[in-house]
Design a protein around this ligand. Structure first.
Ligand SMILES: Nc1ncnc2c1ncn2[C@@H]1O[C@H](COP(=O)(O)OP(=O)(O)OP(=O)(O)O)[C@@H](O)[C@H]1O
Length: 649
């Protein structure tokens, strides 16, 4: 334990209970419910040291890689030592260890999930192989589904993500999904379709999911780390062998709020293997509101375990009483009468509300204010795109955290760019050629309203060099030249609906194209969830508005390219503001958290409150150590009142 950190009484009580649990000769468990920033990870790391000192084998589990890294970092900071290998794993990481591991020449997995030879040859895992398997399956299924399943590489990556989420959510354990395809009565088929529609999933998704899972299991080489917990749930004895062989008797789960039914099944297996559980989490940080499914109540299930002691950590260390008050007001809306969240009075926390966040940031950047410890947190990635656009315009340097894409690589930007190119080629001077234009056209080719069949699409892709080999850095080697590119545009233009083949002035043509190519529907279908689909539509409108300026589209494209290049150069050496979505902000902390309260921000969370929405706002607010900064838009009394009600601003 580092000298600078003195554990509070509540933290010490947890330590003492964990020590008792490790020493006791009967099975006990501890469940700690605590608010954000109350020192959950800090306490768990300290408790782990104590259990190790008792001579017991302990395994710490988290859900995300970020959580695992944070656990390891806190351990290093507290003890000055690195954790021994494999002592903190994600659930999927543990499952992978178990399914691929062996002890004294015997696999943990009873039916020899992998042979030693396979492990030696490293034949396992590799998401590239998963992608290949999925690509083959999609190609096969598309014969039946007439090309409805999107099949570009980026689509396949998104489909893998969707399949991963479907696994965690265990949606296909729903009785409506059980029946085998061949034996389905008509009404069962209707029920299944309805269930899929209620999750906003297309009808082919069930077929894709179930066939993919079957193939993946059969091929055995293709178990990836991601989603491995799902496979392990089908082989519980392997898990028992693993903990016995490694003499693990205490399991600690950080981020317990992320436990889904699937993971709880594994925890039950661990209990049957004789392990004691130490579970710590914050029920309000469960953000897994995937497609409107009822979240699994891990805390309620854990509270019913035999021999469980429930404890709490009441006080935040991260932020002072002012931010604690905001967090508390959100929690009270989620769960009236919930235990109050408090923070030290001496550490007050700042609240600043400005009408234009971007202008404030631009001014601060000019005055040399370091923005590196500031993070703008938005509800979805699509919201991040909109803010990016504003930051980009104002020349404010920013850094994208985790999977947030630069807006100029998003579908919305690419599809509008491709339309501008088509217009140039058909009605104006020739279309400017640039590698980004090839990617843009590739997106447009997938718009269903254009009606390209699979063959035409793949011919055009081949002409653009999009099926070509990859370079070492994973980028494709695009070999199209301006001449071929022009021909591809001509061929693509043949698929335009008649109304778009008639000459019209530029911005009017663009508006017609957005409407007649049903681009909102296209983006909605590609979004991970409906809210993201709506935001994606707003971004499309905004980009279309920008491209509608009274300047020739060719000039506009060139200007964008120059601006993007400038921006990328500037970004590489700037310690700019971080920008992320709430999902990726989890587990991190920043000095200042910036929350835009506009249409592409937290507005709908305040005006159309829902439990999932409140949880997201709670996570965003509680990432702040020193202050919250709001961008308040003048959108009427109702919003102003809500902002006042939560933030006191
Ligand atoms: N006893 C203590 N004294 C001083 N600071 C502490 C103490 N316990 C925790 N902290 C500090 O409080 C902050 C939050 O701690 P920690 O990350 O462990 O909280 P958490 O509850 O796991 O957070 P989250 O809810 O975001 O996962 C850290 O900066 C940590 O160093």
């Amino acid at each position: 334990m580092s000298d600078s950190l003195r554990l509070s009484d509540a933290q010490q009580q947890i330590m003492a209970t964990v020590t008792d649990l490790a020493r006791a000769d009967y099975q006990q468990h501890v469940l700690v419910e605590a608010g954000a920033g109350t020192g959950k990870t800090t306490t768990l790391v300290a408790a782990r040291e104590q259990v190790v000192a008792e001579g017991k084998g302990v395994l710490a589990l988290t859900f995300s890689n970020a959580g695992r890294q944070r656990f390891a970092d806190v351990h290093l900071a507290q003890t000055g030592r690195n954790l021994p290998p494999k002592s903190v794993l994600t659930f999927d990481g543990l499952a992978f260890e178990v399914l691929c591991g062996a002890v004294e020449g015997r696999n943990y997995s009873g039916d020899g999930f992998f042979t030693r030879e396979e492990i030696r040859q490293n034949a396992i895992n590799e998401s590239d192989q998963l992608l290949q398997l999925l690509a083959e399956l999609v190609a096969e299924l598309n014969d039946t589904w007439e090309g409805d399943i999107p099949d570009r590489e980026s689509d396949l990556i998104e489909l893998l993500e969707l399949i991963g989420n479907a696994r965690i959510a265990n949606v296909f354990r729903d009785p409506r999904m059980y029946a085998e395809e061949d034996g389905l009565e008509e009404y069962q088929e209707a029920e299944r379709t309805e269930f899929l529609a209620s999750l906003d999933l297309p009808p082919w998704f069930y077929h894709l999911f179930s066939r993919f899972e079957r193939l993946r299991r059969e091929s055995r080489h293709l178990v990836g780390v991601e989603g491995a917990a799902y496979d392990l749930a089908g082989d519980p004895r392997a898990l028992v062998r693993y903990v016995w062989a490694n003499r693990i008797s205490v399991i600690m789960v950080d981020e317990f709020h992320d436990t889904k039914a699937l993971h709880f099944e594994l925890l039950n297996v661990l209990i049957k293997a004789g392990c004691r559980l130490v579970l710590i989490g914050d029920r309000h940080q469960d953000l897994f509101a995937w497609r409107g499914l009822q979240p699994f109540s891990a805390f309620d299930s854990a509270a019913k375990l035999a021999g469980v002691t429930t404890l709490a950590l009441p006080r935040s260390w991260r932020y002072g009483h002012r931010i604690a008050q905001m967090a508390d007001r959100i929690v009270q809306r989620l769960q009236p009468g919930a235990a109050r969240i408090t923070g030290p009075r001496a550490q007050s926390g700042k609240l600043l509300a400005v009408p234009d966040l971007v202008a404030w940031l631009a001014q601060s950047a000019q005055q040399g204010v370091a923005l590196a410890d500031h993070c703008a947190i938005l509800p979805t990635q699509a919201d991040c795109m909109m803010l990016q656009l504003r930051l980009f315009d104002a020349g404010v340097p920013y850094r994208l955290v985790e999977r947030v894409r630069p807006f100029f690589q998003g579908y919305e930007f690419r599809v509008v760019r491709a339309l501008a190119l088509l217009y140039c080629r058909r009605f104006a001077a020739d279309a400017p050629f640039h590698v980004n234009s090839i990617y843009a056209v590739d997106v447009l080719m997938n718009v269903p309203a254009l009606g390209l069949d699979k063959e035409s699409r793949s011919d055009l892709r081949a002409e653009l060099g999009l099926d070509g080999a990859r370079r070492m850095d994973g980028q494709r080697l695009l070999n199209a030249d301006p001449f071929t590119f022009g021909l591809v545009l001509d061929k693509l233009a043949e698929f335009l609906p008649p109304i778009l083949t008639r000459a019209a002035a530029w911005p009017d043509w663009l508006a017609l194209a957005v409407q007649h190519l049903q681009l909102h529907a296209f983006l909605h279908q590609r979004a991970q969830h409906p809210a993201a689909g709506r935001q994606s539509g707003l971004l499309l409108d905004e980009l279309a508005r920008r491209f509608s300026a009274d300047i020739a589209p060719a000039t506009q494209i060139q200007r964008w390219d120059e601006a993007v290049e400038r921006f990328v150069r500037q970004r590489t050496n700037a310690g700019g503001l971080s920008l992320t979505s709430v999902l990726h902000a989890k587990g991190h902390e920043y000095a200042r958290v910036l929350l835009p309260i506009g249409p592409s921000g937290w507005r709908r969370h305040l005006l159309q409150p829902s439990a999932a929405g409140w949880r997201e706002l709670y996570v965003a607010v509680t990432r702040a150590r020193e202050g919250i900064m709001l961008e308040t838009t003048d959108e009427g009394d109702a919003l102003a009142q809500e902002v006042h009600g939560i933030f006191g601003a």
